[in-house]
Design a binder for this molecule. Structure first.
Ligand code: 5GP
Ligand code: ZN
Length: 133
């Protein structure tokens, strides 16, 4: 399988390791957009959150939490954004499950979620389309 992140796990491609355990690996994203931008991946290949088994997700989110707490409690950051793109149309470009961690400090001006009032405001219609039970 031609997967960049499996190649990173196999050390065919170098990476700046932040953390590793039996099930997960975390390393710096090469985008050079936010200092400390970190990717957390499972060692077991799966495409994204939608096809991952619960055990794999559990391990990945545990590592996301561990690293996020390290960034906030030890490294001087005061918050993190945690983001995962799932599917090409959501912006996923590497099809090996990964969670992005963006370390944040007050007024760093780095990253914002969509602004209020960009949606249709048709909450009842949206709920009817999306609700499960
Ligand atoms: P996505 O767009 O799928 O949510 O995120 C993929 C991320 O992988 C991007 O932020 C991109 O910068 C990062 N990336 C792609 N290739 C490499 C690589 O070879 N090494 C590292 N460290 N990051 C990569
Ligand atoms: Zn892979």
């Amino acid at each position: 399988m031609d997967c960049i992140f499996c190649k990173i796990l196999n050390k065919e491609i170098p990476s700046y390791k932040i953390y590793e355990d039996e099930y997960t690996y975390a390393f710096l994203d090469i985008a050079n957009d936010v200092d400390g931008h970190t990717l957390v991946i499972p060692k077991k290949h799966c495409t994204n959150t939608l096809d991952a088994d619960s055990e794999t997700l559990h391990h990945v989110i545990d590592t996301v939490k561990l690293i996020s707490n390290h960034y906030v409690n030890v490294c001087g950051y005061t918050g993190v954004n945690i983001l995962s793109c799932n599917g090409e149309d959501s912006g996923q470009s590497v099809f090996h499950l990964h969670y992005h961690i963006f370390p944040r400090i007050k007024n760093d001006g780095k990253f914002n979620f969509p602004k209020p009032n960009m949606g249709s405001g048709k909450f009842e219609e949206i709920q009817n389309k999306l609700k499960i039970n």
